[in-house]
Design a protein around this ligand. Structure first.
Ligand SMILES: NC(=O)c1ccc[n+]([C@@H]2O[C@H](COP(=O)([O-])OP(=O)(O)OC[C@H]3O[C@@H](n4cnc5c(N)ncnc54)[C@H](O)[C@@H]3O)[C@@H](O)[C@H]2O)c1
Length: 361
């Protein structure tokens, strides 16, 4: 067998990201091809969404799930939750390939993890899908309210992003008021639309873009936002760029073009390369509110469901994202390090501290 190159070797990748376990789920009968990645369970069982996406290659799907699950470990840690990080991806087009049988079979694979992985919605999945998964396993949150669940986490995630944006405005301008600010929201799905709602209610000027033109038309009309093409996002001179679709939109090419003073959105893994692009943003003076800090509302919602759902408690925890973001930005400034490095430092310290707690009686 030819030697694996570094990037091809699955085990090398797991080692590089620090993963505990990766499960490949295959079921020819239902057409299920999925990957469950459990990154770290120091703080508790791994909680993370299931994304359904038509990945072009299996390699791309694996990369995405590894990056997303690591992100979830840091997200739970910095939000102060007792949860580890994991994520799942189902390879397929959610509009064509999703069936009850496929989702229930996927639920059986989650069941086999014996509680080490608990899932929820992400891109391409919704509360109805979680209901099918629930038919096979208890280890799923975000099921509909009528089933005793917390429903769509999108509005809570949007509130967290809104809090993070306000904290970034405070850092930059001394005032956290959204009124009169301009924001570009890229991707107006479960989180993006709710964010547009919050922003327009606060009288911000909002631009929206989505690859789904019909959705863009509907949402812009509903909230009085200005619809723009994806190609013009980086040419518009707005205060805030809010990526709320897929990751890696912040890269060398886009940073060079970006006109905004702040990046704050829900999309996971916005920086194509954390070290390189975190530093580039610092050098260029663009304030990056780290995605996993400000998009924690979704995981907070899922965590609350596990603890016995209380809307009030969930919103309190989500509002704490304001202070968590402020702490990250202060550390970044004090140590002159990128905001993502500052967030990583805080998250890693909590994991290391709790690891010590768990090692003694
Ligand atoms: N749903 C949650 O609770 C939650 C919580 C935290 C983070 N996130 C993250 O936020 C992002 C959005 O999640 P969601 O649940 O709203 O997903 P969603 O599938 O409901 O919406 C995503 C939207 O983005 C659009 N889109 C996809 N690619 C695009 C592109 N290149 N340019 C513009 N638009 C594009 C889609 O058409 C869709 O309308 C994801 O990265 C997700 O991982 C979601």
């Amino acid at each position: 067998m030819p030697a694996q190159t570094n990037t091809d070797s699955i085990f090398n990748q797991l080692e590089a990201y620090g993963h505990k376990k990766v499960v490949f789920c295959s079921d020819p009968d239902t057409g299920l091809k999925a990957i469950i990645a459990i990154h770290d369970t120091t703080l508790g069982p791994a909680l993370g969404g299931t994304r359904m996406w038509a990945y072009k290659t299996e390699k791309e799907a694996l990369q995405d799930v590894l990056r997303l699950s690591k992100n979830m470990t840091y997200k739970a840690a910095i939000a102060g939750l007792n949860m580890g990080g994991g994520m799942a991806v189902i390879i397929g087009d959610s509009r064509k390939d999703k069936t009850e049988a496929l989702l229930r079979k996927f639920g059986r694979f989650i069941k086999n993890q014996n509680g080490e992985f608990i899932t929820a919605e992400d891109v391409g999945t919704n509360p109805r899908d979680m209901e099918y998964i629930r038919m096979e396993t208890q280890h799923v949150v975000g099921v509909p309210e009528t089933m005793g669940g917390s429903g769509d986490p999108g509005p809570v995630a949007a509130m967290g992003v809104y809090m993070g944006m306000r904290a970034a405005l405070k850092e930059l301008y001394g005032s956290d008021s959204i009124t009169g600010r301009s924001v570009i929201v890229q991707g107006i799905g479960h989180v993006g639309e709710q964010l547009v709602k919050l922003l327009t209610e606060a009288n911000a000027k909002v631009y929206v873009s989505d690859i789904n033109d019909e959705r863009k038309r509907q949402v812009s009309k509903k909230y009085g936002a200005e619809a723009i093409s994806n190609n013009t996002i980086f040419d518009i001179n707005a205060d805030i760029y809010a990526p709320c679709a897929m990751g890696a939109t912040v890269n060398t090419q886009t940073i060079n073009k970006l006109q905004c003073a702040i990046i704050a959105g829900s999309a996971n893994n916005q920086l194509a390369d954390e070290a390189e692009h975190g530093q580039m943003l610092l050098d260029k003076g663009i304030l990056f509110a780290p995605d996993y800090v400000i998009s924690a509302g979704g995981i907070i919602n899922g965590y609350s469901e596990l603890m016995g759902y209380s809307k009030k408690r969930t919103m309190q925890l989500t509002e704490n994202i304001y202070d968590a973001t402020r702490n990250v930005l202060k550390l970044s400034k004090a140590e002159n390090i990128s905001t993502i490095d500052a967030a990583n430092k805080i998250a890693e310290k909590r994991i290391a501290d709790i690891k010590k707690v768990k090692s003694t009686y």
